[in-house]
Write a protein that binds this ligand. Structure first.
Ligand code: V47
Length: 621
């Protein structure tokens, strides 16, 4: 990269080595006039994390009341009971705002003095019952803390009851700026950083993933913004429960904090998006919230580190009451167009960021695990776009014809053999795998009748586990799907993890489980064969030229990677806590070409699956 500002070079070196950025690095980036280099650095990291994907969700905001016991200076939305602008929505009124196509409902509002606890639970429960396909994302940490204090229920119990009623995830609001100085001046009655983190960490422990925000562009300093990011990064190291970070550009409105029309500058917005992408190295997503940024800035932000555009956002009031100039809602087609114009894949998602639909052509599915790096690190993209996606989800998208080629989970390939053809490459183990692991409190035979939590990512490993349990050990267990992101594992007798998460836990152990089994090793000891977890395949319907081109690209990519297997995975390995030597050893444990033994192993596996009791297929699991 060519830098106009040489002070960015040391930051860039750190980024390339996968090293963590410091407060000083953050200040260097904020102070630079070399905006485009900053954007390119953030885009580099964005590509590593989410390839060409930009996520959006069909969502609706419900702000159930604007009556609030607090009086925060920056908020133009809240009012007091009895005032002419005060409103309160009944559950029936809330339901009338929803339609079955909405995938996420985002509920936040004021904190009224007189609502009973049951009213909040009723809102969540009724939405969950009447709209089972709509994920409920509800209540900020400030509201959870309010429920805890008002109804004298411990925070964990507030969250547990909401989760039982149907709460899936939590929004990131109420964080404002984690600075006591700013809090005292602008929102002295609100919980500070300590209370906010306490709620989010409790949610993560229960398996409720959450979002996070930063309100910027008012009276905070650059150091305060960066310290805010650093504190989020530390919490994420601890729990891994944050899904996305949303910088919220301050809308001055009639707050009196800034002149009415003095919005943040596009340069400040883009810098904040880019810097957050670079500082928050352990966050999967960065959201360009178009409601506060405007569509124009949000669209540029998609090349400055953001990979998430929130959604259609019907019914938003908080920002618009404070003078936001963006439209009240965006149609799905408009969002798709903005994302396409930025050169990305529009990915419609659910609340856990599982992809539901893609609106692009030429999409290559990328397994985002370390073992697949040799295929992708030198993949010459040309007209293709890359979607990092968990194996099972890739299979689901391919079933809808939305993936042109990719490294498919073996079970998905088998069930889609009519439309897919193999390309000759695979992920096959020699003996052990180290990244398809069963963490258990019971030996194999004692798992009979027990409940096993199954990662949402797997399509093949879950069937391998079933084959091992039933055919090798003669027992049957009950499988329960985990959702993407954090989960509460303590309620299971065993948990099946795959990919980088399994690799990481294989090294550190998984809290609460004493035994660890490597599924490929179990298979090898039994069958004396390798195990093929995934195969490269492409749509049969692609034209012959494209097929040839794809094969050539893959063949070149693998040849280049194999020349220096030790270094291709080094950065990825370091990011999941593996030293270079361990990464090399791990990658050398795979065979990437389909040979005779691999074909024999696939045949044997297919025979065994056919002998299984015809209870559950990979999909039903
Ligand atoms: O916490 C209040 C902010 C937040 C103003 O989690 C203002 O996906 C700008 O958190 N100007 C609520 N911001 C909104 C929020 C949010 C939005 C979109 C997505 C998600 C998510 C979360 O709005 C509050 C506060 O920080 N806010 N007043 C204002 N005048």
């Amino acid at each position: 990269m060519n830098f106009r500002d040489n002070s960015l070079i040391s930051v860039w070196n750190k980024i390339q080595r996968g090293e963590r950025l410091s407060l000083d690095d953050g200040l260097t980036m904020y102070k630079t006039r070399d905006l485009l280099s900053l954007g390119k650095m953030a885009h580099f990291v964005q590509q590593q994390k989410s390839g060409d994907a930009v996520y959006f969700v069909l969502n609706q905001k419900i702000e159930h009341t604007n009556i609030c016991v607090l009086s925060c200076k920056f908020c133009d939305f809240a009012t007091k009971k009895g005032r002419p602008d005060a409103y309160e929505m009944t559950t029936v009124e809330i339901l009338s705002k929803l339609t079955p196509d909405i995938h996420e409902v985002h509920i936040t509002g004021g904190m009224p003095p007189d609502w009973p606890w049951e009213r909040y639970l009723d809102i969540v429960r009724t939405i969950h019952d009447k709209f089972p396909n709509t994920d409920v994302k509800a209540f900020t940490a400030v509201e959870i803390d309010f429920f805890h204090k008002k109804f004298k229920i411990p925070i964990e119990e507030v969250l547990r009851q909401l989760q039982e009623a149907g709460l899936r995830t939590m929004p990131g609001g109420g964080a404002e700026v984690f600075s006591e100085r700013v809090r005292k001046l602008l929102f002295p009655q609100k919980i500070g950083a300590k209370g906010w983190f306490q709620v989010h960490k409790a949610a993560h422990k229960l398996g409720i993933p959450t979002n996070s925000t930063l309100l910027y562009g008012h009276i905070e300093t650059l150091e305060e913004r960066l310290m805010h990011m650093i504190r989020l990064r530390e919490a994420q190291d601890e729990t891994g429960g944050f899904l996305t970070f949303i910088p919220l550009a301050f809308q001055p409105g009639d707050t009196g904090i800034k002149p009415k029309n003095q919005f943040t500058s596009a340069i400040d917005d883009l810098k904040t998006i880019a810097i957050s992408r670079l500082m928050l190295d352990n966050f999967p997503h960065i959201k360009a919230y178009w409601v506060m940024l405007t569509e124009e800035v949000a669209s540029v932000a998609l090349n400055f580190g953001a990979d998430d555009m929130d959604g259609t956002v019907g019914g938003e009031k908080i920002a618009h009451d404070a003078g936001a100039i963006s439209p009240m809602t965006l149609a799905k087609d408009q969002l798709v167009k903005i994302i396409k114009d930025a050169g990305k894949i529009p990915v419609e998602r659910d609340a856990y960021y599982n992809p539901l639909n893609l609106y692009a052509e030429n999409v290559i599915g990328k397994i985002p695990y370390l073992n697949s790096v040799p295929f992708y690190s030198h993949f010459e993209k040309r007209q293709f776009r890359m979607l990092p996606v968990a194996p099972r989800r890739m299979g689901m998208l391919s079933e809808k014809g939305q993936i042109d080629a990719g490294l498919f989970s073996l079970m998905d390939f088998i069930s889609q053999e009519e439309t897919l053809e193999m390309m000759g490459w695979c992920i096959a183990t020699r003996d052990q795998v180290k990244s398809v692991m069963l963490f258990s409190n019971e030996g194999w035979r004692d798992l009979d009748g027990k409940t096993i939590g199954i990662t949402d990512d797997t399509a093949t490993s879950v069937i391998l586990l079933k084959v091992l349990l039933e055919k090798k050990y003669g027992v049957r267990a009950r499988f329960e799907r985990l959702h993407a992101g954090v989960n509460d594992y303590t309620k299971f007798d065993a948990v099946l993890l795959i990919g980088d998460e399994a690799l990481r836990c294989n090294k550190t152990g998984l809290n609460g489980f004493e035994l660890v089994f490597d599924l490929a090793k179990e298979w090898y000891d039994w069958q004396k064969l390798p195990f093929v977890f995934a195969v490269w395949a492409m749509k049969k319907s692609l034209d012959e030229l494209t097929k040839e081109e794809l094969k050539k690209i893959l063949s070149n990519a693998l040849a280049k990677s194999e020349e220096r297997l030790a270094s291709v995975g080094e950065l990825h390995g370091r990011q999941i806590g593996l030293a270079a030597e361990a990464t090399r050893e791990y990658l050398e444990g795979f065979n990437y070409r389909l040979g005779e033994r691999e074909r024999e192993a696939m045949g044997r596996f297919r025979e065994l699956i056919e002998e299984l009791e015809p209870t559950k297929t990979a999909k039903e699991n």
